[in-house]
Structures are given as structure tokens and as C-alpha cells.
Design a protein around this ligand. Sequence first.
Ligand SMILES: NC(=O)c1ccc[n+]([C@@H]2O[C@H](COP(=O)([O-])OP(=O)(O)OC[C@H]3O[C@@H](n4cnc5c(N)ncnc54)[C@H](O)[C@@H]3O)[C@@H](O)[C@H]2O)c1
Length: 440
Amino acid sequence: MRISVIGCGYLGAVHAAAMASLGHDVVGIDLDERKIDLLARGESPFFEPGLPEMLAEQTASGRLRFSDSIEEARGAKVHFLALGTPQSSSGSADLSHLLTAVADLLLVLQPGDLVVGKSTVPVGTAAHLALTIEAAGATLAWNPEFLREGHAIADTVKPDRLVYGVNDERAVALLDEVYGGILALGTPRMVTDFATAELVKVAANAFLATKISFINAMAEIAEVAGADVTQLADAIGMDDRIGRRFLNAGLGFGGGCLPKDIRGFIARAKELGVGDSLAFLHEVDRINLRRRDRVVTLVRDELGGSIANHRVAVLGLSFKPDSDDVRDSPALDVACRLVLEGARVSLTDPQAIETSKRLMPSLDYRDDMLDAVADAEVLLVLTEWREYRDLDPVSLADRVAGRTVIDARNCLDVERWQAAGWRVVSLGRPVAAPRVLSDV
Ligand SMILES: NC(=O)c1ccc[n+]([C@@H]2O[C@H](COP(=O)([O-])OP(=O)(O)OC[C@H]3O[C@@H](n4cnc5c(N)ncnc54)[C@H](O)[C@@H]3O)[C@@H](O)[C@H]2O)c1
């Protein structure tokens, strides 16, 4: 089937490549020429495991093309909308990219085409857009996307479920044809109305954010009560009504989705006159942001009350491992606050230095992790990349000026670090004092 994917960011580029891998003839459209140039050469404009291989294979097969011209979408039977819906200054979702793209698409849309929204939008958006799309003789469906950066390929070709928000039998059949290869794997698919499909996405993200902030609130209590939040999470997580996933206490959530989605959801509920229903999400957001304050406080405390002029090394900048995405990254936020307080901060990350530089060009980035930690008085692990979880605390001990590590993701083997002479300061756990200083 001929398919266009409009917007080739984290979602759209992966979706376009995945649709081609299912055998469709796909064109990806984006306004960003740099992105299109890379994608057209079969290269990924961002870090996502498995994507470069998939792009190279699918562009070489001739099934996948990219263009900056909406004209190339003419003739496609199905058009996916994968535009960004960032947070506006009021907290609500900014739909301007989506609306501009729909206006562009109307120039080439043909009667009988199916337009499929994948962007995360405020409930009510699809019903509104359907009016213009139906006036052009086409049909609209809303098909929210649940991919996780770092697992985007697997999540796209083998998702937990497919949700079609649509009220047209022919559109359901077309979507079934598009996703034939995925449905053949036994993937559950639900057909709902527009509003339910839109809500499924924001409700799922609100739930996940709440679960993370719940355990981070427990971490705040554990810190004053002298308890260990990781043991607490293990123990409550063994109850299968609760489950252990998303109960890792730490620096909290960030990225291009969870923070803006819960704020957009709060704003939309207020517009609908049911703001009280989501009042708890304010608290979820506040708990999340307080974890960043807490890490800055810990650094200050470890350095005797003032950060100014002290050398600090930051390991990890992306909002989570296996991604180079630094949108609303807790790690980059903490690093910037330390710089603002006058610390001499060297920053490193396995993949997110370039993306961080685009946002914060003037910080002291080091490609070589060993270079970043040299002479640091305090080491901060802010993103739980495998490289950092597997660090050798013994060899690192000789490079730093002070053997204090702040494990803001509860990802280090505390006993190993202690045994190598480190003081390990964690979120939601008692400080672990160094064990065998003389052996190091
Ligand atoms: N990133 C994720 O993990 C993820 C997961 C699920 C859902 N989503 C949702 O998917 C949507 C897209 O997210 P993203 O992370 O891919 O955003 P993104 O910012 O990475 O990508 C959006 C792309 O759209 C392009 N664009 C903007 N205006 C355009 C236009 N008029 N025509 C063509 N292209 C245009 C931009 O250049 C950009 O490349 C958002 O609503 C997001 O909430 C994202």
C-alpha cells in the first residue's frame, strides 16, 4: 500500500521505516532538510537502537523514500500524521505543527484517502480535524502511538496493542491492511471512538507518571525515616496487583512525552470543566521536579554547603538510557543548575552530547568519560546507561579528587563502590560509607 508519514521525528522516522519493513511503499515528509537528507541516505538523525540498520535496509529496497515536499504524499492511500505537539506557554499542547501539516496535506489529499493521526493530542482534537478532512472526501482515524524511545523499533513492529479511534468500517479495514503483518502476530486491536483513542494515550502516560512519582514520594519519606526505597519497591512490587515495573525511585521522568502530556492533560481537563479530576497530576509533576532539587541539595551538602568553584562530573545527559533525547531531561536540568551555582561541571553521555549542545552550547562537554571524571570532587550518575551501571569503581577511584558518587538513578552496585572506597549517596536510601579506604 502507498503510505505517507508526515513528520519524521522520533515517532515518524521509526514509523515510516517500520511500515516499509511490513512491505508498504512509504514516503516520509518533513520540513527539516537536515533530517530529510540523512534519512534519504538511510541514516538516522537521532540515536535509536536498530533504526540505522532498518533505515539502510528499507531505503536500499526502494520501499522507503523521504522528501521535504508534501507533493510527494499525493497518491498515497493512507497518510500518517506524526507531528510534534509540544507544551505551549500555558501548559496546553501546541497544535500548530499538526494544524499546519493538515493544511498542507489538504492540498494533495484525494477523496477516499485515510488520514491517521498518531500524535498525542488533547481530547476533542480528532473530532475537530475530522470536519475538514471529511469535507475533502477523506476519512480520519486516530491511532495513538505507545512506542518508547530506546525500544522504538520493537514497540512499533510488535506493539502491546493497536488502538483505532474511528467510526468508519472501511477505515478499520484499511488500517487492518496497513497493520496486517502486526495483527498476524496476534496483537490485540481495539476499535474505539475518537475521544477514547485520544484519552488512551494521555491516560496511559498519566498513570505511568503517577507510578513513578508515587515511588519518588516514598523516596522522600524514606530519606527522612532512614528507610531504603529500593527494598520498599521490591517488596511492594512483589504484590502482583502493584507490580515492580516503573517503581525505580530516582531523578524522575522527563523527555518529550510524559511531562508535557500530563501538563497538557491537566490543561484540557480544566477547559472541559473537570480540572479537579486531574488535580492529583499537579502533585505528580511537583514530586517529579522536587527530585531534581534534591540532587542539587545533595551535591551542595557533599561539598560543604556551597557548590561554587568545585569540580563536579556529570555522567548522563539524556532523559533515559538508550536515547539521545534531552527534551526536558532531568539530567541536563540538574547539570545546568550546578553550572548556575558556579560549579565547574564536566558533562558526558554515550549519545546525547550533540543533542545537549544544541540546547546548551556553552557547557563543558567531554566525549571521553574518563576525561570528564578527572579530578572531580563529586561524581553524579544522572542517567542509568549500561556503561555507567557497569563502571569499575576501583579504576575510577584513582582518577577523581574525591570518592563521592551521587547515584541519582539507584543503578550502581552500592557494595562494590563502597568496597572500592567510595561514599555512595543515593535517592531514597541511607548514605553508604566507604568500606576499605586503605585497599584502594
Ligand atoms: N517520541 C516518542 O517517544 C513518542 C511516543 C509516543 C507518542 N509521541 C507523540 O508523537 C508526536 C511526535 O513526537 P516526536 O517525538 O516524534 O516529535 P519530534 O519533534 O521528534 O518530530 C516532529 C517532526 O515533525 C516535523 N514537522 C513539524 N512541522 C511539520 C510540517 N508542517 N510538515 C512536516 N513535518 C513537520 C519536525 O521537523 C519534526 O521532525 C508527539 O505528539 C508526541 O507526543 C512521541
